[in-house]
Design a protein around this ligand. Structure first.
Ligand code: GL2
Length: 834
């Protein structure tokens, strides 16, 4: 390519080539230039928001330089790439991350200070990029950080929602949703108006034969929508590798059709068409762990998958390699079943458009895809109705039927005469209407299937996917335990702790090799170190206490034990059990004499999290938490002994402030329901202890840090089914007496109108207690007593905290990404000269 450009031209290009700034002076020059030209402002009207914008633009320029070179390098090397397909990327803020990953935060801090700005205030100006619901979306963001840091050639593909997850306000104790229009000013994205793909919907299939007598299927008619690429640079930490996240935005395919309508005076309907097209990427579905089967969601999925595959195939075709080498150049990872149509789409491209034979194409497809399952909850397992898919994607439905036919035929050969097995594993569920089981399609079309923590990966093999293990053998199923990026979740969120760790472990090497944290064990008895350790936690608590006071007007004592549960509100995560526990604590305190009370450990129960707008029960739980806070926080007799705080609008930036301030955090899902959890890892990494059930990654955390450093309680996953059965058919099931006492108090009206909370109570008492709140309540309360006792022993607590952090090396998303790279993607790092 380069040789085609004459030397004098090349010389001129090189002379003016963009160069990254290297020092404070260079940074300031860029910042002022952006204020004065890009933003058309001046020294006299540069407020914090303008300072943020200019600072972000300066760093964006800096990133683009590495980004361009990374893309050139990867293309030249013809390296195998991984494509991470995820409907959610919960990125949070980008500026602080960019400065830290590039290693120029100090320059920026000093540079901004001389221009009259505090860097913290500038960072705070940025809106979160909140294109996700919870753990699944944040995992995708941590993975992008690790992929770039480890120099893997990788792209993310997602949707550019105009509205991310809604903002939550709490009004009179209830959640109110406010739209999150976040694109007003987003310096981190590059519109690629030249990178577009036409996406087809509806229409019909024409079956004909070609000149060689081969049967061909043509998908004709219907409507077309345009996908426009928006690229977001993803910098690695301490490396020049800057990968790409490509987000698709929908636009009306401008064509004669629209003009015709317009010219005919049908202005309204030509605008309506445009709006219909733009609706596809307008809004993120706000459900976490729940599938609702809406047509627009299916449109989003196909739109995104088809655009991404077109792009991937276009890139591969430039290499002029034969098709059979596609899986040597391309690995595609399906983040949950949301992108499963990609399997069908690639088969369609290869067979219908490229003219490959079915078997040859299918071999390529299955060698390309890997599928990660993130949940066993039945309500989250995606199914699409056959009539809906028939209507929207007629050719895809045919291909799905063919995939299923060949699959069932091979099962039939392997296990003759097992009709029930065929029914169970079929991609099509024979209900009315018939439903397509996306997880089955994902398994059949992938070469590897993984769960996200050991227990979860075992559970999928023994329960929901058991038959597929019998069919494919155990090797197709594997585990990759989730991880988190220590750059954001330690270095960025808790800079002082990161600095202290660096001072004891010989520098910041732990940020790219988290196992180096184990060097901290040597210092566990070093008095100065322990004092600093405890002081950092205390300061983080002071900062959170200030935030709570400033925003909610509640005064909390930073010397109290901060007990935190922040995550999506869901019955399976059991925030209801936590608030019942808080009520129990309140009642116990009320019954005490003042002398007894004076001996109790003060607590602050902190909650945060959004409820899906349509999840009524979750919203009732939020209301109960706020109602309890209202009473407890204003009870003079109780004072600092107990506060109950609900922090509105929990998001990534709030997490970065809340997590470092936690003494103990709650990860208390019904055993077997939380596939992994990832905030459990974030809390421990920041020196907080955790109370949890034997669920998800809690189990591996226990194994790593030692069971003396974690508070485990409750029934085991293996007993859940029997317990549920006993609730309904056992006859002699009784409500836990402490819980009965809590219910009594709620029903007496202590926390407001008991009618408001009737459903929360009856789910436990009258409707089978599906989530085993009553079964686990006693051991939950007992374990909280142990927490109080342990916290009173300040030195013992600090020892637990230090040793836990020292043993958290395993939970880096770097380890996790290396496992995917080796075991599933078969890709190698590609590093530039730094
Ligand atoms: C989730 C799981 O619920 C959660 O336990 C897991 O940590 C993450 C990431 O693997 O995935 N599955 C899911 O559908 N959501 C999750 O957060 N929304």
């Amino acid at each position: 390519v380069e040789a085609s450009i004459p030397e004098p031209q090349r010389e001129t290009w090189r002379k003016h080539q963009a160069k990254p700034f290297a020092d404070k002076d260079g940074f300031q020059r860029e910042l002022v230039r952006h204020v004065e030209t890009t933003l058309a402002r001046s020294m006299f009207n540069c407020d914090e928001s303008a300072a943020y914008s200019a600072c972000a633009l300066a760093f964006r320029d800096r990133l683009v330089y590495d980004w361009n070179r990374t893309q050139q390098r990867q293309t030249l090397a013809d390296a195998k790439r991984v494509y991470y397909l995820s409907l959610e990327f919960l990125m949070g803020r980008a500026l602080d991350n960019a400065m830290l990953n590039i290693g120029q935060k100090d320059i920026a801090k000093a540079g901004l200070a001389e221009l009259g700005f505090r860097i913290e205030d500038v960072i705070e100006q940025e809106n979160d990029a909140a294109l996700g619901n919870g753990g699944l979306g944040r995992l995708a963001a941590c993975f992008l950080d690790s992929l770039a840091t480890l120099n893997y050639p990788a792209w993310g593909y997602g949707l550019r929602y105009r509205y991310g997850i809604f903002k939550q306000e709490i009004i009179d104790g209830y959640q109110v949703e406010v739209p999150d229009y976040w694109l007003d000013f987003n310096p981190w994205e590059f519109p690629r108006h030249d990178v577009t793909v036409d996406i087809q919907f509806y229409g019909h299939v024409v079956k004909t034969t070609d000149e060689n007598g081969r049967v061909v299927h043509r998908w004709e008619g219907g409507e077309t929508v345009k996908a426009v690429a928006y690229d977001v640079p993803i910098p690695g930490y301490g490396t020049s590798t800057t990968n790409n996240l490509r987000l698709w935005s929908s636009k009306a395919a401008s064509g004669e059709f629209d003009f015709q309508k317009f010219n005919n005076g049908d202005y309204e309907s030509s605008v309506a068409d445009q709006q219909r097209a733009e609706t596809i990427s307008a809004v993120l579905y706000p459900n976490d762990n729940l599938d609702r089967g809406k047509e627009l969601r299916l449109k989003q999925q196909y739109f995104w998958v088809a655009a991404s595959l077109y792009d991937i195939v276009r890139r591969f075709k430039k290499s002029k390699r034969p098709w059979k080498e596609f899986p040597d150049q391309v690995a595609i990872q399906l983040n949950d079943t949301h992108p499963t149509l990609a399997i069908v789409e690639l088969q369609r491209i290869l067979v219908d458009i490229e003219g490959l034979g079915w078997d040859e194409a299918w071999d390529i497809v299955t060698r390309t895809f890997g599928y990660t399952n993130h949940t066993v909850l039945p309500e989250a397992l995606e199914k699409w109705s056959v009539p809906l898919v028939q209507h929207l994607l007629p050719r895809h439905l045919q291909i799905i039927y063919d995939i299923n036919l060949f699959f069932l035929q091979s099962v039939e050969r392997q296990f003759p005469n097992d009709r029930d097995l065929l029914r169970r594993v079929s991609i099509i569920e024979e209900t009315n209407p018939k439903m397509i089981r996306m997880a089955h399609l994902a398994i059949v079309g992938s070469h590897k299937v993984n769960g996200v923590a050991e227990l979860h990966s075992d559970l999928i093999k023994t329960t929901i996917f058991k038959d597929f293990v019998d069919i494919y053998g155990p090797d197709k199923f594997t585990n990759v335990t989730n991880g988190i990026t220590p750059r954001r979740w330690l270095h960025q969120a808790n800079p002082r702790l990161s600095e202290l760790i660096a001072s004891k472990t010989g520098g910041y090497g732990f940020l790219t090799d988290l196992t180096q944290l184990n060097k901290l064990e040597l210092h566990v008895n070093d008095a100065d170190f322990r004092r600093e350790w405890a002081e950092i936690k205390f300061n983080n608590k002071v900062r959170l206490a200030k935030y709570i006071k400033d925003t909610l007007g509640i005064a909390v004592n930073p010397n109290a034990l901060f007990d935190v549960q922040v995550k999506r509100i869901h019955e399976y995560k059991r925030q209801q059990m936590n608030i019942f526990g808080a009520i129990h604590r309140y009642l116990t305190l009320k019954e005490m004499t003042p002398e007894e009370r004076a001996k109790q450990q003060p607590r602050v129960s902190i909650f945060g999290g959004k409820a899906a707008p349509g999840y009524w029960m979750a919203k009732q739980i939020i209301h109960l938490i706020n109602a309890v806070g209202e009473v407890v926080n204003n009870d003079k007799e109780i004072g600092d002994l107990l506060k109950v705080v609900f922090i509105p609008d929990y998001n990534v930036s709030k997490a970065e402030m809340i997590i470092p301030a936690s003494d103990i955090s709650e990860h208390i899902s019904t055993a077997g329901t939380e596939a992994s959890g990832t905030s459990n890892m974030k809390f421990v990494l920041n020196g907080g202890l955790i109370i949890g059930t034997c669920d998800g990654a809690n189990i591996e955390i226990t194994r790593e840090i030692g069971d003396e450093n974690i508070f485990l309680f409750g029934n085991l996953a293996e007993n859940v089914e029997d317990l549920r059965h006993a609730h309904t058919y056992g006859g002699d099931w009784t409500l836990d007496p402490s819980l009965a006492r809590v219910f009594e108090e709620i029903e007496r009206g202590t926390f407001g109108n008991p009618q408001d909370f009737a459903a929360i109570i009856s789910a436990v008492r009258d409707h089978g207690d599906y989530y085993l709140v009553s079964d686990d309540f006693h051991s939950y309360l007992e374990t909280h007593k142990l927490v109080d006792e342990a916290y009173r022993d300040k030195e013992g607590w600090t020892t637990k905290s230090i040793l836990s952090v020292a043993r958290m090396g395993f939970f880096s998303s770097d380890r996790c990404i290396n496992e995917y790279a080796e075991g599933i993607w078969n890709i190698e790092p590609l590093k530039g000269e730094e």
